[in-house]
Design a protein around this ligand. Structure first.
Ligand code: NDP
Length: 294
């Protein structure tokens, strides 16, 4: 039987609607909408699309979304000065600096200049540490979105075997931490891992965050496993000159074996922005001592 398709697009739409309700209720109490500042340095085409989408989604959720677009040659000091202004601005609840940054800028120095309590991307070293020791903080949006989909699909994750393929700071590592906090038994795989197919075959949950098109095949999976495909890879399409998006999982072969699977597109992708909006709402609630909506 073919796997259930996990509808990330639909789940994200529901989450965005709940965030919009929460933002409206908070505005009624504190007299202003939650605010997100998104900073882009340079003209990377993909980053421009992401930043535009984040700003638009923020405003659609009834929040104040402001985009700051700086030239590619911006020096680190002027970016740090902007961050300092946003840190001090009481109307800004969330600050996001779109990565990658140009080579003259030290990305971690910029991230660590963000007020950790406005770091809605969850990349600040303090938030990374908070996640590691189980304190409230901000968790990176993509892995938190994956966890929401997994819990909606499976309920209690306790005792399940999970393999996370990829150990990046933005996806793989925080994903592993989140699964561990849910009492899953977690293995983190990477480019040096030996016999990855055999490792995956033991897993109840496989999260693929690699950036290699269609790498995970159906015969790597335990029958009935839940598969979360984080990958976004642009490959040649069927017609000359056309491209299409595929994940890190070979969807057709995986679907025949898995119990449930996220598609690409309309799987994990839409969750990232929805969770960013949620993190911004949570920040605004915390900063005003208001209860955080469910
Ligand atoms: P990175 O390139 O930072 O990390 C990729 C990881 O995959 C590394 O840990 C690397 O191992 C590992 N890897 C590479 N090749 C192999 C292999 N052959 N076998 C096992 N592991 C391997 O990528 P990101 O984490 O930033 O992103 C991963 C994917 O997720 C990309 O396709 C990206 O586009 C997508 N993405 C999607 C998002 C969304 O919103 N849906 C958000 C963020 C990312 P090593 O560390 O040893 O090099």
């Amino acid at each position: 039987m073919a796997a259930r398709i996990i509808d990330g697009h639909g789940f994200a739409a529901g989450l965005r609607a709940r965030v919009a309700e929460g933002a409206e209720a908070l505005k009624a109490r504190i007299g202003r909408a939650p605010g997100l500042a998104v900073v882009l340095v340079g003209e990377d085409p993909a980053s421009q699309v992401y930043v535009g989408a984040k700003g638009k989604a923020t405003r659609e959720a009834g929040m104040a979304g402001t985009e700051y677009r700086l030239p590619a040659e911006t020096e680190q000091d002027s970016l740090l000065a902007l961050i300092a202004r946003l840190n001090a601005d009481p109307a800004v609840d969330g600050i996001l600096v779109q990565l990658p940054l140009p080579a003259q800028i030290d990305a971690q120095a910029v991230i660590d200049a963000i007020d950790p309590d406005k770091d809605v991307d969850g990349f600040h070293a303090l938030n990374v540490g908070r996640l590691g020791i189980g304190l409230d903080g901000f968790v990176p949006c993509t892995p938190l979105g994956c966890l929401m989909l997994l819990k909606a699909e499976l309920g209690d994750l306790s005792g399940l075997d999970a393999v996370v393929i990829g150990r990046s700071n933005i996806v793989g590592k925080p994903m592993a931490q989140l699964l561990l906090a849910e009492s899953a038994t977690v293995t983190i795989a990477h480019s040096r891992t030996r016999d990855l197919p055999a490792l995956c075959r033991r897993a109840d949950i496989v999260v693929a965050a690699v950036g290699r098109p269609l790498m995970v095949k159906g015969d790597w999976l335990k029958p009935g496993a839940t598969v979360i495909d984080v990958g976004i890879n642009r490959v040649a399409g069927a017609e000359p000159g056309k491209t299409r998006l595929v994940g890190d999982v070979d969807f057709d072969s995986a679907r025949a074996v898995a119990g449930a699977i996220t598609p690409v597109p309309r799987g994990v992708g839409p969750m990232t922005i929805a969770v960013l909006l949620r993190n911004t709402l949570v920040s605004a609630c915390r900063r005003h001592g208001q209860p955080i909506p469910a």
